[in-house]
Design a protein around this ligand. Structure first.
Ligand code: EPU
Length: 351
């Protein structure tokens, strides 16, 4: 490996990752590579340790569970630029570095009179991680505003630009989740409308705006404020209690199965799926019905405010949290015949 200090990157051997995962579970990596200038990536990927299949790309650590130590090197981009590239009356093109904190980016866009990302306020993580799982909340997914993604292609050894179609976005899904860390996302370009078109399809937002006293056409910053208020109320703050947001994805099932379940459980929340033949079920509701909301196995638990969120009450290990997740999934399978799958990436174990 190269000299441990360069102006473009920093290397730490036997690095602790406890503070780099929002579950706050103990984990280590044999080597942590923190990159402040992505121009160094071609050089860095010349070294076997970074080319190895077990390299882990780490963003804000808000969508992963360390069930064990990272087996190989961990790469974290710490790049921070945001650039307004182009602007018309209708749209602005903004490029942000992968290392920018997502919520800070949302606030930057709002501060510059740009709209479109307000429903995605307060989602933990980084800009670079946003396209990987196609972050979404309150009726909006980031794919609606991603113009293109710049990435370092570890197979080809060069930088590539992928347009939105090439990213193959789906519900909490994209190309980047499937290609075994082939791509290191370095920058994301967004197309953001100048004229605000509020997206209030998620019922709770309208109610929250009302509670805030906003009765006429809301401004984007007010929608963002409403989203932040809902999130702060419903989702535990990872700086106070370790968690990774929704631990399970909402399961997609055939429409006929959803009908059968609905006949037996009329209160089950059912949403449209990606096509006419599929439906999305509320994993939170299924887990809640199995009695897990607020449940604790020692320090591994389920949030008392949202059944979809696993929490670390202090000293839980990743393996304990994973064990609890399996017990929850088994209970949902036994009671409803529905398989639920984790949303975060699990490191050091397979689901
Ligand atoms: N519900 C329960 N018990 C609970 C919580 C919710 O029964 O403890 C039921 C309620 O009936 C509620 C329904 O579940 O109406 C849906 O709950 P919510 O609106 O909170 O949405 P969700 O489907 O649980 C998804 C995303 C969240 C996102 C919200 C809002 C996934 C896996 N999760 O949660 O994203 O913030 O919608 O759009 O798609 C995340 O991905 O980390 C995340 C927090």
């Amino acid at each position: 490996m190269p000299e441990p200090v360069s102006s473009a990157y920093r290397l730490t051997e036997h690095a602790r990752l406890d503070a780099r995962n929002t579950f706050g579970v103990p984990a280590r990596a044999p080597m942590l590579v923190e990159v402040t200038d992505t121009a160094a990536l071609p050089e860095l990927f010349g070294y076997a340790m970074l080319r190895a299949a077990d390299l882990l790309l780490l963003g804000g650590g808000s969508n992963l569970l360390f069930a064990g130590d990272a087996p190989g090197a961990v790469l974290a981009l710490q790049t921070r630029r945001i650039t307004l590239l182009d602007e018309t009356d209708h749209t602005a093109i903004v490029r942000a570095d992968a290392g920018v904190v997502w919520h800070e980016f949302v606030l930057w866009t709002l501060g510059h009179g740009l709209t479109g990302l307000e429903n995605l306020a307060l989602i933990p993580g980084t800009v670079g991680a946003a396209p990987i799982q196609n972050i979404g909340a309150y009726g909006v997914e980031v794919r609606e505003h991603v113009r293109q993604v710049q990435a370092f292609d570890r197979h080809a050894g060069n930088f590539v630009t992928l347009d939105a179609a090439a990213c193959a976005f789906g519900y909490r899904d994209s190309l980047f989740k499937h290609d075994g860390d082939r791509y290191v996302v370095t920058e994301v370009e967004f197309a953001l409308p100048r004229r605000f078109q509020p997206r209030l399809d998620y019922a709770g937002i309208g109610e929250e705006l009302h509670a805030m006293g906003v009765t006429a056409a809301p401004r984007a910053s007010q929608v963002a404020e409403a989203v932040m208020r809902i999130r702060r109320r419903k989702l535990p703050d990872p700086t106070l209690v370790g968690n990774a947001g929704s631990f399970f994805k909402n399961p997609i099932v055939p429409a006929a199965q959803a009908e059968t379940l609905l006949a037996a459980h009329p209160a089950l929340p059912v949403f449209r799926g990606a096509d006419a033949g599929s439906r999305k079920l509320s994993a939170a509701w299924l887990i809640d019905q199995c009695g897990f909301k607020g449940h604790r196995d020692g320090d591994a638990g389920v949030s008392a405010s949202h059944a979809l969120v696993l929490v670390n009450h202090g000293a839980a290990t990743g393996l304990q949290l994973l064990g609890l997740a399996h017990r929850i999934a088994d209970a949902v399978q036994a009671r409803f015949g529905v398989a639920i799958e984790p949303e975060p990436r699990i490191v050091g174990a397979t689901w």
